[in-house]
Ligand binder design. Structure first.
Ligand code: AMP
Ligand code: MG
Length: 399
């Protein structure tokens, strides 16, 4: 059976890149940058005052001057005033441009203003150039600030805005059809018989994609019926970029999904991975280049496969430079004898020295999704080992 690493490799090789589109900044959070962003101006664009106070010239101070005539008041956003005489000052605000002739700022708390004169505390120590953020000391006009592949979060958004363009080139978000398959599945809000099951996987998938701003999602619920499945999966394939199915992919008599996907011309890349949960996972690509993931319907399997494969595949298609998953260590030994990679749900604890520790929270079968709530994600434990001691390091995949 295919290993997890090989499954991941085949997905990466098969998934085509998403196109680039231009989006206004307010719709770009969570998106993956597709351009280099260069500085519009020097940063700061002028010698920027960093304290409310008085701007003075060093020469007068060095001569022993402690009383300065106030030549005017200058706020942020006002053109610079000028110091004409050397015993002058400008009463100045944070964010204002340092006036020509001044070279530093004394905080207002250390100054008394009386009748148009600023008197500095007698024991105040002034250092030339103080409280000024020098022009170009962060970066220069034309410097590259963000590279393609950057994920746009709050700090990157601030850089984008400061570069002056109201729009940005980012990877297009795929339209993902989330297709739940099963005769027993009933939407929340609808009455159900004791042999029926609440539909929940579609909401979990949608939440995982939406919280990352990764896709536009539409949900569909289909019965275990060949004709209906064929018609609707075919239609959803036409109207979406990616398909994520859950359920109907195992070895049961009514698990029609693999044969239907094959009949629809979706080329199989693999079926089954040496992993638990999620062994029956199916992956293929249509002749239109659209990725199709068919995940086992057990809720833990669906969610683990989504996080382990589908989400990295979408980031990959967007060209994202993603950070590696963090490594955490197990707080207690665990044992797993099947020759499969084990995805083990964990809670996280931090020690005082910054170590991250994973507390195993195994589920009661892969149908036990309620016990995932409160966990941070799951760790990946390699197939080649059966006993994992306390302190064993493992990669953490967060929900
Ligand atoms: P299957 O993969 O179709 O054999 O389904 C495995 C188990 O997962 C069954 O108990 C299903 O009822 C359950 N299941 C399948 N799809 C969903 C879903 N969308 N939401 C919740 N449970 C599901
Ligand atoms: Mg089923």
């Amino acid at each position: 059976m295919l290993s997890v690493a090989e499954a991941e490799r085949r997905i990466r090789a098969a998934v085509p890149p998403m196109e680039t589109e231009t989006r206004p900044l307010h719709l770009a959070q969570g998106a993956v940058l597709r351009q280099t962003v260069v500085a519009e101006r020097d940063q700061p664009p002028f010698d920027r005052v960093t304290m409310d106070g008085i701007a003075i010239g060093a020469t007068a101070w060095e001569r022993g001057e402690r009383r300065f005539t106030v030549a005017g008041i200058q706020g942020a956003g006002a053109p610079a005033m000028e110091l004409t005489g050397d015993a002058q000052c400008v009463e100045i605000m944070t964010g204002a441009m340092l006036p020509p002739g001044a070279d530093g700022v004394i905080p207002i708390e250390r100054v008394t203003l009386e009748g148009g004169v600023a008197v500095v505390e007698s024991d105040y120590a002034y250092a030339a150039g103080q409280n000024v953020h020098r022009r170009g000391s962060d970066y220069r006009a034309g410097d590259p600030l963000l590279v393609p592949g950057t994920l746009i979060r709050a700090p990157e958004m601030a850089v984008l805005a400061s570069a002056g363009s109201p729009e940005v080139a980012v990877a297009r978000r795929p339209a993902v059809a989330v297709i739940s398959v099963g005769d027993e599945l009933i939407e929340p809000g609808r009455s159900l018989a004791d042999y029926q099951i609440r539909l929940s996987n579609d909401r979990a998938i949608e939440a995982a994609l939406a919280q990352r701003g990764l896709a536009t999602v539409s949900r569909a619920l289909l019965p275990d019926d060949v004709a209906t499945l064929t018609r609707h999966i075919g239609r959803l394939h036409e109207s979406h970029d990616w398909l994520v199915l859950s359920g109907g992919v195992s070895m049961g008599k009514y698990d029609y999904v693999p044969e239907i996907l094959a009949a629809l011309g979706i080329e199989l890349q693999f079926h089954k991975v040496a992993q638990r949960p999620g062994k029956p996972m199916w992956f293929g690509v249509s002749n239109a280049g659209k990725p199709v993931f068919a995940l086992p319907g057990n809720p833990v399997s669906t969610l683990v496969c989504l996080i382990r494969y589908v989400i990295p595949a979408i980031y990959g298609s967007m060209g994202a430079n993603m950070p590696e998953c963090p490594i955490v260590t197990l707080t207690e030994p665990v044992e797993f004898t099947p020759a499969l990679t084990w995805f083990l749900p964990v809670e996280l604890r931090w020690d005082e020295r910054g170590g991250a520790h994973a507390v195993p929270r195994p589920t009661n079968t892969s149908g036990d999704f309620a016990s995932l709530s409160g966990t941070a994600g799951f760790v990946e434990l390699e197939a080649e080992r059966k006993v994992f001691p306390a302190g064993h390091p493992a990669r953490l995949y967060g929900w």
